[in-house]
Write a protein that binds this ligand. Sequence first.
Ligand SMILES: Nc1ncnc2c1ncn2[C@@H]1O[C@H](COP(=O)(O)OP(=O)(O)OP(=O)(O)O)[C@@H](O)[C@H]1O
Length: 244
Amino acid sequence: MSPVIEVSNLRKAYGETTAVADVSFTVDSEEIFGILGPNGAGKTTTVECVSGMRRRDGGAIRVLERDPDHDGAELRELVGVQLQESQLPEKIRVWEALELYSTFYAEPADWRELLDAMGLSAQRKAKFGTLSGGQKQRLSIALALVGEPRIAVLDELTTGLDPAARRDTWALIESVRNRGVTVVLVTHFMEEAERLCDRVAVIDAGRTVAVDTPAALIKRVQDEHGLDRATLEDAYLALTGARL
Ligand SMILES: Nc1ncnc2c1ncn2[C@@H]1O[C@H](COP(=O)(O)OP(=O)(O)OP(=O)(O)O)[C@@H](O)[C@H]1O
């Protein structure tokens, strides 16, 4: 089976700042794929180039056998994006937001069913501004799924959530994958990546430094540093040049 996303030697600069110098990875169908890296490593820029929100300066990207720089309109129907911060007006009601997003797609999902799946049925008529952090997050996942995408790109999904809400969100992500959607997850939380992701790419200073399963990255750091037990956080710190 060919990968659903292929990124080779991606390069992207903003003026003098090289945000992405050389990033390569592939994502297989129905994987939960994590993108990890320190602040400013180029993670968001990478997923923006993949989802067609930014044009790359160099390298190649194929998403579902299309090029985001040339086939953006087609890919908008196939890739659902959850942005870092929800950009909805405070006064919009939950159902209105879903109805509005449905109009962006030729064949939208039944948003009532999505609302139910995300555990938000009781908040149907609530204004966005009155939702809790966890509810806002679940709404933004629902909005990313309204177009029945084949791929969902979720950027810093659980940032700002309490531990219980984070765990609820993890269960939801697994249910999204079980619907047949490939999930690309940008995250700072190593525990999240270790629990959820089939494979991860670690990006540091605009370059991929590793692409593997969490278990393989952990084994590598154990072998290299003679540790009995290590976590993905240990592997991440070793890969991004921090001391153990
Ligand atoms: N629109 C922009 N204009 C100019 N520079 C930018 C822009 N967006 C990002 N950058 C710069 O590009 C680099 C990579 O940023 P990017 O947001 O892709 O990293 P990131 O890994 O997602 O970071 P974070 O974890 O902090 O969200 C940083 O140095 C950032 O300051």
